[in-house]
Design a protein around this ligand. Structure first.
Ligand code: SIN
Length: 279
Protein backbone atom coordinates (compact mmCIF):
# COMPACT_ATOMS: atom_id res chain seq x y z
CA UNK A 1 0.00 0.00 0.00
CA UNK A 2 1.40 3.47 -0.83
CA UNK A 3 2.20 5.61 2.18
CA UNK A 4 -0.45 8.35 2.23
CA UNK A 5 0.40 11.66 3.88
CA UNK A 6 -2.75 13.44 5.05
CA UNK A 7 -2.16 17.08 5.91
CA UNK A 8 -5.09 19.23 7.18
CA UNK A 9 -5.16 22.68 5.52
CA UNK A 10 -7.34 24.54 8.02
CA UNK A 11 -8.79 24.12 11.49
CA UNK A 12 -12.31 23.66 10.12
CA UNK A 13 -12.07 21.13 7.28
CA UNK A 14 -9.99 20.05 4.30
CA UNK A 15 -6.85 17.94 3.97
CA UNK A 16 -4.29 17.49 1.24
CA UNK A 17 -3.31 13.90 0.51
CA UNK A 18 0.05 13.08 -1.02
CA UNK A 19 1.80 9.80 -1.82
CA UNK A 20 -0.84 8.52 -4.25
CA UNK A 21 -1.10 8.41 -8.04
CA UNK A 22 -4.78 8.25 -8.97
CA UNK A 23 -3.99 7.15 -12.54
CA UNK A 24 -2.91 3.78 -11.11
CA UNK A 25 -5.16 0.99 -9.85
CA UNK A 26 -6.15 1.65 -6.25
CA UNK A 27 -6.21 -1.34 -3.90
CA UNK A 28 -9.12 -1.77 -1.50
CA UNK A 29 -6.81 -0.90 1.38
CA UNK A 30 -5.76 2.40 -0.22
CA UNK A 31 -9.36 3.13 -1.20
CA UNK A 32 -10.41 2.61 2.43
CA UNK A 33 -7.75 5.05 3.63
CA UNK A 34 -8.87 7.70 1.12
CA UNK A 35 -12.51 7.09 2.02
CA UNK A 36 -11.74 7.52 5.73
CA UNK A 37 -9.84 10.76 5.05
CA UNK A 38 -12.84 11.99 3.04
CA UNK A 39 -15.17 11.28 5.99
CA UNK A 40 -12.74 12.76 8.52
CA UNK A 41 -11.93 15.99 6.63
CA UNK A 42 -15.08 16.53 4.44
CA UNK A 43 -12.98 17.74 1.49
CA UNK A 44 -9.72 16.20 0.32
CA UNK A 45 -7.18 17.42 -2.21
CA UNK A 46 -4.64 15.71 -4.44
CA UNK A 47 -2.01 17.64 -6.43
CA UNK A 48 -0.20 16.80 -9.68
CA UNK A 49 -2.54 14.06 -10.86
CA UNK A 50 -2.46 13.23 -14.56
CA UNK A 51 -5.74 11.41 -15.06
CA UNK A 52 -7.78 10.61 -18.14
CA UNK A 53 -11.53 11.08 -18.36
CA UNK A 54 -11.97 7.34 -17.83
CA UNK A 55 -9.78 7.40 -14.71
CA UNK A 56 -11.69 10.40 -13.36
CA UNK A 57 -14.97 8.50 -13.75
CA UNK A 58 -13.50 5.25 -12.42
CA UNK A 59 -12.32 7.00 -9.23
CA UNK A 60 -15.82 8.45 -8.76
CA UNK A 61 -17.45 5.05 -9.32
CA UNK A 62 -15.51 3.62 -6.38
CA UNK A 63 -17.84 5.78 -4.24
CA UNK A 64 -21.13 5.31 -6.08
CA UNK A 65 -22.98 5.73 -9.36
CA UNK A 66 -22.32 8.90 -11.36
CA UNK A 67 -24.76 11.71 -11.92
CA UNK A 68 -25.66 13.21 -15.29
CA UNK A 69 -26.55 16.83 -14.66
CA UNK A 70 -30.14 17.64 -15.71
CA UNK A 71 -29.29 21.17 -16.92
CA UNK A 72 -25.57 21.32 -17.72
CA UNK A 73 -24.48 19.27 -20.73
CA UNK A 74 -21.65 16.84 -20.07
CA UNK A 75 -18.60 16.40 -22.28
CA UNK A 76 -18.99 14.73 -25.66
CA UNK A 77 -18.59 11.01 -25.11
CA UNK A 78 -18.55 11.51 -21.31
CA UNK A 79 -21.97 12.76 -20.21
CA UNK A 80 -20.99 12.14 -16.56
CA UNK A 81 -18.18 14.72 -16.77
CA UNK A 82 -19.40 18.28 -16.47
CA UNK A 83 -17.08 20.94 -17.85
CA UNK A 84 -16.83 23.99 -15.58
CA UNK A 85 -15.14 26.50 -17.86
CA UNK A 86 -14.78 30.26 -17.74
CA UNK A 87 -13.24 31.75 -20.87
CA UNK A 88 -11.35 35.08 -20.74
CA UNK A 89 -14.35 36.80 -22.35
CA UNK A 90 -16.93 35.40 -19.86
CA UNK A 91 -17.89 37.62 -16.95
CA UNK A 92 -19.82 35.15 -14.82
CA UNK A 93 -18.35 31.98 -13.36
CA UNK A 94 -20.21 28.78 -12.51
CA UNK A 95 -20.77 28.01 -8.84
CA UNK A 96 -19.97 31.58 -7.77
CA UNK A 97 -22.21 31.54 -4.69
CA UNK A 98 -22.42 29.28 -1.65
CA UNK A 99 -24.23 26.06 -2.53
CA UNK A 100 -24.50 22.34 -2.05
CA UNK A 101 -24.38 20.43 -5.33
CA UNK A 102 -27.70 19.07 -6.54
CA UNK A 103 -29.71 19.63 -3.35
CA UNK A 104 -32.60 20.26 -5.79
CA UNK A 105 -32.79 16.50 -6.48
CA UNK A 106 -34.79 13.99 -4.46
CA UNK A 107 -31.52 12.14 -3.85
CA UNK A 108 -28.86 14.89 -3.84
CA UNK A 109 -25.21 14.33 -4.64
CA UNK A 110 -22.96 12.43 -2.26
CA UNK A 111 -19.80 14.09 -3.49
CA UNK A 112 -18.16 15.99 -6.33
CA UNK A 113 -14.70 15.42 -7.76
CA UNK A 114 -13.35 18.53 -9.46
CA UNK A 115 -10.23 18.23 -11.62
CA UNK A 116 -8.25 21.32 -12.69
CA UNK A 117 -7.12 21.19 -16.32
CA UNK A 118 -6.21 24.84 -16.78
CA UNK A 119 -6.04 27.41 -13.99
CA UNK A 120 -5.54 31.18 -14.04
CA UNK A 121 -2.17 32.56 -12.93
CA UNK A 122 -3.96 34.04 -9.91
CA UNK A 123 -7.44 33.82 -8.42
CA UNK A 124 -10.16 31.26 -9.04
CA UNK A 125 -9.79 29.63 -5.62
CA UNK A 126 -12.62 27.51 -4.23
CA UNK A 127 -13.87 27.75 -0.63
CA UNK A 128 -15.69 25.09 1.38
CA UNK A 129 -17.65 25.44 4.63
CA UNK A 130 -18.11 22.70 7.20
CA UNK A 131 -21.82 22.16 7.87
CA UNK A 132 -21.24 19.86 10.86
CA UNK A 133 -19.64 22.85 12.59
CA UNK A 134 -22.48 25.06 11.42
CA UNK A 135 -24.93 22.76 13.21
CA UNK A 136 -22.84 22.05 16.29
CA UNK A 137 -22.26 25.75 17.07
CA UNK A 138 -25.99 26.58 17.23
CA UNK A 139 -27.74 26.92 20.59
CA UNK A 140 -29.70 23.93 21.91
CA UNK A 141 -32.94 25.85 21.41
CA UNK A 142 -32.17 26.54 17.74
CA UNK A 143 -31.01 22.95 17.20
CA UNK A 144 -34.29 21.64 18.66
CA UNK A 145 -36.40 23.93 16.50
CA UNK A 146 -34.47 23.27 13.27
CA UNK A 147 -34.50 19.55 13.97
CA UNK A 148 -38.26 19.57 13.42
CA UNK A 149 -38.19 21.53 10.16
CA UNK A 150 -37.96 20.54 6.53
CA UNK A 151 -37.10 22.88 3.68
CA UNK A 152 -38.08 23.00 0.02
CA UNK A 153 -35.18 22.74 -2.45
CA UNK A 154 -35.54 23.55 -6.14
CA UNK A 155 -33.49 24.50 -9.20
CA UNK A 156 -36.19 26.98 -10.26
CA UNK A 157 -34.29 30.07 -9.09
CA UNK A 158 -30.68 29.26 -10.04
CA UNK A 159 -31.57 27.66 -13.36
CA UNK A 160 -34.38 30.01 -14.36
CA UNK A 161 -33.75 32.37 -17.27
CA UNK A 162 -32.44 35.01 -14.88
CA UNK A 163 -30.67 32.56 -12.54
CA UNK A 164 -26.88 32.78 -12.25
CA UNK A 165 -26.27 29.11 -13.08
CA UNK A 166 -28.24 29.23 -16.33
CA UNK A 167 -26.49 32.29 -17.81
CA UNK A 168 -24.75 31.82 -21.13
CA UNK A 169 -21.06 30.95 -20.99
CA UNK A 170 -18.87 30.43 -24.05
CA UNK A 171 -17.83 26.87 -23.29
CA UNK A 172 -20.71 25.48 -21.24
CA UNK A 173 -24.06 24.36 -22.54
CA UNK A 174 -26.66 25.08 -19.84
CA UNK A 175 -30.45 24.60 -20.16
CA UNK A 176 -32.94 26.60 -18.15
CA UNK A 177 -35.26 24.82 -15.73
CA UNK A 178 -38.92 25.47 -16.57
CA UNK A 179 -41.52 26.54 -14.03
CA UNK A 180 -42.41 22.88 -13.74
CA UNK A 181 -38.94 22.00 -12.37
CA UNK A 182 -39.54 19.76 -9.36
CA UNK A 183 -39.14 20.74 -5.70
CA UNK A 184 -38.12 18.33 -2.96
CA UNK A 185 -38.39 18.51 0.80
CA UNK A 186 -35.26 17.78 2.81
CA UNK A 187 -34.67 17.96 6.56
CA UNK A 188 -33.01 21.21 7.64
CA UNK A 189 -30.70 19.13 9.84
CA UNK A 190 -29.58 15.96 8.13
CA UNK A 191 -27.77 12.99 9.60
CA UNK A 192 -24.76 11.91 7.61
CA UNK A 193 -25.46 8.32 6.52
CA UNK A 194 -21.86 7.20 7.07
CA UNK A 195 -20.60 9.18 10.06
CA UNK A 196 -23.92 9.55 11.92
CA UNK A 197 -23.07 13.23 12.58
CA UNK A 198 -25.66 15.98 12.15
CA UNK A 199 -25.14 18.76 9.62
CA UNK A 200 -27.08 21.84 8.63
CA UNK A 201 -28.61 21.31 5.18
CA UNK A 202 -29.86 24.59 3.70
CA UNK A 203 -28.07 26.62 1.02
CA UNK A 204 -28.74 29.98 -0.63
CA UNK A 205 -28.76 28.65 -4.19
CA UNK A 206 -31.42 25.96 -3.93
CA UNK A 207 -33.29 26.25 -0.61
CA UNK A 208 -36.49 28.17 -1.27
CA UNK A 209 -38.43 28.08 2.01
CA UNK A 210 -39.40 25.99 5.00
CA UNK A 211 -42.13 23.42 4.48
CA UNK A 212 -45.49 24.82 5.63
CA UNK A 213 -44.30 28.47 5.41
CA UNK A 214 -44.19 31.11 2.70
CA UNK A 215 -40.91 32.32 1.23
CA UNK A 216 -41.42 35.68 2.94
CA UNK A 217 -41.94 34.02 6.30
CA UNK A 218 -38.94 31.75 5.78
CA UNK A 219 -36.42 34.32 4.60
CA UNK A 220 -35.40 35.93 7.93
CA UNK A 221 -34.42 32.60 9.46
CA UNK A 222 -32.95 31.30 6.20
CA UNK A 223 -30.79 34.42 5.89
CA UNK A 224 -29.54 33.97 9.43
CA UNK A 225 -28.65 30.35 8.65
CA UNK A 226 -26.96 31.19 5.33
CA UNK A 227 -24.74 33.74 7.11
CA UNK A 228 -24.13 31.47 10.05
CA UNK A 229 -23.17 28.41 8.04
CA UNK A 230 -20.57 30.11 5.83
CA UNK A 231 -18.70 32.16 8.41
CA UNK A 232 -14.92 32.29 7.98
CA UNK A 233 -14.11 30.03 10.91
CA UNK A 234 -15.98 27.14 9.26
CA UNK A 235 -14.13 27.39 5.93
CA UNK A 236 -11.04 26.33 4.06
CA UNK A 237 -9.77 27.55 0.71
CA UNK A 238 -7.84 25.87 -2.10
CA UNK A 239 -5.31 27.65 -4.27
CA UNK A 240 -5.65 25.56 -7.41
CA UNK A 241 -2.73 24.29 -9.46
CA UNK A 242 -3.08 22.49 -12.79
CA UNK A 243 -3.85 18.77 -12.32
CA UNK A 244 -5.09 19.25 -8.75
CA UNK A 245 -8.24 17.44 -7.62
CA UNK A 246 -10.72 18.41 -4.91
CA UNK A 247 -13.22 15.83 -3.70
CA UNK A 248 -15.90 17.15 -1.34
CA UNK A 249 -18.75 15.63 0.62
CA UNK A 250 -21.96 17.45 -0.34
CA UNK A 251 -23.74 15.89 2.63
CA UNK A 252 -21.79 18.07 5.07
CA UNK A 253 -20.16 20.96 3.16
CA UNK A 254 -21.10 23.92 1.02
CA UNK A 255 -18.71 25.46 -1.49
CA UNK A 256 -18.10 28.69 -3.38
CA UNK A 257 -16.05 29.33 -6.53
CA UNK A 258 -14.41 32.76 -6.42
CA UNK A 259 -14.71 34.91 -9.54
CA UNK A 260 -11.64 37.13 -9.22
CA UNK A 261 -9.74 36.36 -12.45
CA UNK A 262 -11.53 38.36 -15.15
CA UNK A 263 -9.84 38.05 -18.53
CA UNK A 264 -8.23 34.72 -17.69
CA UNK A 265 -9.20 31.15 -18.47
CA UNK A 266 -10.13 28.50 -15.93
CA UNK A 267 -11.02 24.99 -17.08
CA UNK A 268 -12.23 22.38 -14.59
CA UNK A 269 -14.03 19.06 -15.02
CA UNK A 270 -16.47 17.71 -12.45
CA UNK A 271 -17.68 14.18 -11.78
CA UNK A 272 -20.61 14.06 -9.36
CA UNK A 273 -21.50 10.97 -7.33
CA UNK A 274 -25.15 10.23 -6.65
CA UNK A 275 -26.25 10.15 -3.02
CA UNK A 276 -29.22 9.09 -0.90
CA UNK A 277 -32.39 10.77 0.22
CA UNK A 278 -31.41 12.91 3.24
CA UNK A 279 -32.84 11.93 6.63
C1 SIN B 1 -18.87 23.90 -8.65
O1 SIN B 1 -19.69 24.55 -8.04
O2 SIN B 1 -18.95 22.70 -8.79
C2 SIN B 1 -17.68 24.61 -9.25
C3 SIN B 1 -16.62 24.83 -8.23
C4 SIN B 1 -15.40 25.50 -8.81
O3 SIN B 1 -15.35 25.71 -10.03
O4 SIN B 1 -14.49 25.78 -8.07
Amino acid sequence: MPHLEIQPISGALGAEISGIDLSKDISNETFNAIHQAFLDHQVIFFRDQKITHEQHKAFGRRFGSLNIHPYVKGMDGHPEIMPVIKEPTDRLNFGGGWHTDMSFLEEPALGSILYARDVPAFGGDTLWANQYLAYETLSDGMKDMLGQLKAVHTAKGEYSERGASAQKRSSMDVQTAGDDAPSYEHPVVRTHPETGRKALYVNPAFTEKFVGMTRRESLPLLKFLFDHCTQEGFTCRLRWTADAIAFWDNRCVQHFALNDYQGHRRHMERVTINGDKPF
